[in-house]
Design a protein around this ligand. Structure first.
Ligand code: NAD
Length: 499
């Protein structure tokens, strides 16, 4: 059986005899396709020491030369797009076109990182006092770590290490153990692109590796993306050990449909955003809130037509809109939420359970599921399902729909569909959610803006990528300088002011 190992100090490291291993499935067939080595405290120690040594030299490389490594990395990843997308689909289960999008969205952050020298420039005030100049500089933190989820195994690692490394840090990536191959390849490609050994290390593993990173004194910052309970744990534990932490969590994004919306467009967008990637996106739209009974009835009819035309297939099927979910355990979890929705009294309009694909009966497939008359007090509404399940929650007014999104414990993304600019503006201004789409179903901001949710969708106060990412991975030093001439001045015993 193939073994997926680590990448430490510029070399592949295998799990070794006596090591722990996890299973990596082929979601299309349900078979185990590889074993991933699960690292331990000793391996984290080796990785941290190599990252610390590499970082001291890397920080001395001038920002433009560091950026050139990112340019070369982008070129190498683009040249291997087909290979990476195939590898990603084979372990995750998303269709190839979607895997290409996963890699491409990551590369867009690398493109931003190519321009980071501009963002690292400090500020300067000439003559802040008599003969006094003040300037500030952004310096790297040292060794940084990233812990990533299964659902974007290319994009999310690049969100993190792309910015961290361009800023002069070294990085230890702990990818999801469910689809570890692409992150491993990215580590190798960074070396090939010119990042010295130890600047990017990939340590595979589970909680043991995460805990070792969270408590290691040389790890200065931890960036996490995953489910909310783990995000909160990572935030608390990292902060208790004196680290800078940004921890993005789960989501339950709402699509609000006002009566004046272009319903045909909204329906198409919702179908893609709810069922694309089998609903395994933190920016999916698993809740739709039509305003008014007429809007709800018209939308439901269109959704039913759309669902009837959806094609679920294996991840290499070019005609499939989405593929299997990532593991059997995840499939069972989604199915149990569907059963719970029925028990709670929601109307199960389309049931995606018992979906079977001929020749792939053991694959982790789920058909599209649609619930109507879902109420806010239902557990299945409050919690993240993370599967191809769309819930209609009928709202009787604009205010009620706005409150649904604002009052939900998660606050990652939200979308509003309307032709009314004033209503859209009001909604965007007042809604308690971090990323808003106006007639845009998945409002993932472009790389030079910044990504992050509110409430239980994010712990910590800096977002991913854009200038927020640069701020997260650098610390500011401010210098006040004076070059006196002539006589020695008297000691001052009061605080100097500009009065
Ligand atoms: P997960 O929380 O199970 O795992 C995320 C990472 O944490 C993995 O690397 C995993 O190995 C590690 N981990 C798991 N259990 C741990 C524990 N007990 N202690 C320490 N580390 C642990 O998440 P997942 O299933 O891989 O990914 C799906 C989740 O990620 C969803 O909730 C989704 O909404 C969320 N997500 C959020 C964003 C965002 O930006 N807000 C983006 C993508 C995914």
């Amino acid at each position: 059986m193939r073994e997926i190992g680590h990448f430490v100090n510029g070399s592949r490291v295998s799990g070794g005899p006596g090591g722990r291993f996890g299973e990596v499935f082929d979601p299309n067939t349900g078979a185990v396709q590889a074993h991933v080595a699960l690292g331990d405290v000793a391996l984290v120690e080796t990785a941290v020491q190599s990252a610390a040594k590499a970082q001291r030299a890397w920080a001395e490389v001038n920002p433009q030369r560091r950026a050139r490594v990112m340019f070369e990395f982008k070129r190498l990843v683009e040249a291997r797009m087909d290979e990476l997308a195939a590898l990603l689909s084979a372990e995750h289960g998303k269709v190839i076109a979607d895997s290409r999008g996963d890699v491409q969205r990551g590369l867009e952050v690398i493109e931003f990182a190519c321009g980071i020298p501009h963002a690292l420039k400090g500020e300067y005030t000439e003559g802040a006092g008599p003969g006094i100049d003040v300037y500030s500089m952004r310096q790297p933190l040292g060794v940084c770590a990233g812990i990533t989820p299964f659902n974007f195994p290319a994009m999310i690692p690049m969100w993190m290490f792309g910015i961290a490394i361009a800023c002069g840090n070294s990085f230890i990536l702990k990818p999801s153990e469910k689809d570890p191959s692409v992150p491993l390849r990215l580590g190798e490609l960074m070396l090939e692109a010119g990042a010295p050994a130890g600047v990017l290390n990939v340590v595979q593993g589970d909680k043991a590796v995460v805990d070792a990173l969270l408590t290691h004194p040389l790890v200065r910052a931890v960036s996490f993306v995953g489910s909310s309970d783990i995000a909160h744990y990572v935030y608390r534990t990292g902060a208790a050990h004196g680290k800078r932490v940004q921890a993005m969590g789960g989501a339950k994004n709402h699509g609000v449909i006002l009566p004046d919306a272009d319903l045909d467009q909204a329906t198409k967008d919702i179908l893609g955003a709810a069922y694309g990637s089998a609903g395994e996106r933190c920016m999916a739209l698993p809740v739709v809130a039509p305003v008014g009974e007429r809007t709800a009835a018209a939308l439901r009819e269109r959704l039913l037509d759309g669902i009837a035309g959806l094609k679920v297939g294996i991840s290499t099927d070019p005609d499939a809109q989405y593929g299997p979910v990532v593991t059997a355990a995840h499939k069972a979890r989604v199915e149990s939420y569907i059963a719970q929705g029925v028990a709670e009294g929601a109307e199960l309009v389309v049931d995606g359970r018992n979906f079977a694909l001929q020749g792939y009966e053991k694959g982790f497939f789920l058909g599209p599921t649609l619930f109507d008359h879902v109420r806010p007090d239902m557990t299945t509404y409050q919690e993240e399902i993370f599967g191809p399940v769309l819930q209609i929650v009928r709202a009787d007014s604009f205010e009620a729909a706005l409150n649904l999104a604002s009052d939900h414990p998660y606050g990652n993304g939200v979308a509003i569909y309307t032709r009314n600019g004033k209503a859209a503006r009001d909604f965007a201004s007042r809604v308690e959610v971090g990323m808003v789409g106006i007639n845009v179903p998945i409002p993932v901001p472009v790389a030079y803006h910044t990504f992050g949710g509110w409430k239980r969708s994010a712990f910590g106060d800096t977002n991913q990528h854009g200038m927020e990412g640069v701020k997260f991975y650098t610390k500011v030093k401010t210098v006040t300088a004076r070059w006196p001439e002539g006589e020695v001045e008297d000691s001052a015993f009061v605080i100097p002011t500009m009065a």
